[in-house]
Design a protein around this ligand. Sequence first.
Ligand code: NAP
Length: 257
Amino acid sequence: MVMTQKPSTSRPVALITGASRGIGAACARLLAVQGYAVVVNYAERADAAQALVDELTRAGHTAWAVQANVADESQVLAMFAAIDTRMGRLDALVNNAGVVGATARVDECSAERFKRILDINVLGSLLCAREAVRRMSTRHGRRGGGIVNMGSAASRLGSPGQYVDYAAAKGAIDSFTIGLSREVAGEGIRVNAVRPGIIDTDIHASGGWATRVADVQATLPMKRAGTADEVAQCVAWLLSDAASYTTGALIDVSGAR
Ligand code: NAP
């Protein structure tokens, strides 16, 4: 698939999935400051996404909110078609949207839960990466680009007794990053993953453990959780020319956890 639209913005364009809150919002802020026009994807929290877009626009940046459930192929296709129409180019994808389930053992989980965890964390990343490669690859007549997948330290820790399904999904993100990076290395696209440790965001409350950061920080090697901005700094570096020979890397931003 080769897009034929003339670029409607001279700025590079970055799509950040799950950018209404947490790590994704921090990535959108930092990439906007670095000169990207940012597409702020969200699932349900239109209020949070619009507040971020308003904040960035007031600061003189270019930002736009787009609703799409990344686990739904038709919604992903509609989001990328809207980017084609409105932005006319795509230079960077941050595959950040992700969810955890409530703390549970594997023998307590339903098939519906497993499916949701795998669909959003894995299928969503695969679908968005596929659409991004179609718009970035020199094989498709495009100018190249960068993809950063949001993995997790859970892929090597396994999260026993908490959410092994999520850890397995993030293990798939590691393998996907290695494979896709090799597949498109000669096509102008670098693909890397960032694997955060415990980061202070809403995700812990959504998994039913709102006090997780406060509860565990004394046990962490650095005696504190990380911040969303500390993860965003690594994402922005990976997308920058400073990382021009870095692809297929899985970078831990986990404070030695
Ligand atoms: P968060 O604060 O809970 O934010 C999640 C974001 O993902 C929100 O913007 C949410 O949109 C969006 N989202 C959820 N389901 C979606 C879907 N189906 N389609 C599109 N967007 C969806 O999470 P976070 O802590 O920033 O986590 C971001 C990423 O980092 C995830 O991949 C997570 O697994 C990973 N990570 C986080 C930590 C941590 O400790 N925080 C550690 C390791 C890895 P709405 O606002 O519309 O709901």
